[in-house]
Design a protein around this ligand. Structure first.
Ligand SMILES: [Zn+2]
Length: 264
């Protein structure tokens, strides 16, 4: 099997989630995060695909609510994820590597911070990272039961992967993220161009994902905190002595900033 023969498909789910599928030439399919079993089942049937593996990144309902139904309909399909999630059949932790037939080797990364435990799955030959609610295009996830120190370390970990890594985020938040990102860096030309591209894509009802890590380094403020300390200090009034401080301040500022725009 040539690695390039895998197909990567984001299937829209709920308002703005994506169910990610990785499909081998023979139709064997990996599904990442099953928030709604019916969405998965409809797609599999319409395209005559065979579900062989499920990967779960974290415990939130929009990533796991379809598991009970999935287990009824596909009792023998392995479900990889953290031991803390109900329904997992194959427990994995950061640093583990496992092989899926027809799909290849996957490295598990611990990218906690959005939640206390959040895993990513990295297809090593194709350089595809299922990063779910950790890193979005031009943004990052909110902090729920995770913490900003872990979150920053997780984003640092992702930034060390190859620049041509495709990032498969779980939400279509790109345009709203770019509004915030441009408030942080109004003169960033890469950011402005990304906004133009993504505006057209969304007008055509096309996903803005996957996105490439090397590109995100130009326009995702949460990958650029180490460069933006002065600016973030100005915006937030918080001391930003290093990347970690700047990240924590910027993440907190975004919560407030969104709230302000909502009441307008
Ligand atoms: Zn989540």
């Amino acid at each position: 099997m040539q690695p390039t023969s895998l197909r990567l498909v984001p299937v829209p789910m709920f308002n703005d989630n994506y169910l990610w599928l990785l499909i081998a030439p023979n139709g064997n399919t990996v599904a990442v995060d099953v928030g709604d079993y019916d969405v998965l089942d409809t797609y599999l049937q319409a395209h005559q695909l065979t579900l062989t593996t499920v990967l779960i990144t974290h415990h939130h309902r929009d990533h796991t609510a379809g598991l009970p139904e999935l287990k009824k309909k596909h009792p023998h399909v392995p479900i990889y994820g953290s031991a803390t999630i109900t329904g997992i059949t194959h427990v994995v932790n950061g640093g583990d590597i496992f092989t899926i037939a027809d799909i290849g080797r996957l490295l598990v990364l611990d990218i906690s911070g959005h939640t206390k435990i959040h895993l990513a799955f990295y297809q090593l030959t194709e350089k595809i990272l299922f990063c779910s609610d950790c890193l979005f295009s031009a943004g990052c996830g909110r902090i729920f039961d995770g913490d900003p120190v872990s979150f920053y370390q997780s984003i640092q970990k992702i930034s060390l992967l190859a620049d041509d890594t495709r990032l498969c985020a779980a939400h279509e938040y790109t345009l709203s993220n770019l509004e915030f990102a441009l408030a942080v860096e109004p003169d960033n030309i890469s950011m402005q161009q990304h906004q133009q591209r993504c505006t057209v894509l969304r007008q055509q009802n096309q996903p803005t994902l996957p996105t490439r890590l090397g590109d995100e380094k130009h326009y995702n403020p949460f990958l650029r905190c180490h460069l933006l300390g002065q600016r973030i200090r100005l915006l937030t009034g918080e001391p930003c002595e290093n990347g970690q401080h700047a990240f924590t301040a910027l993440r907190r500022y975004k919560n407030t900033w969104q709230a302000e725009t909502l009441v307008k």
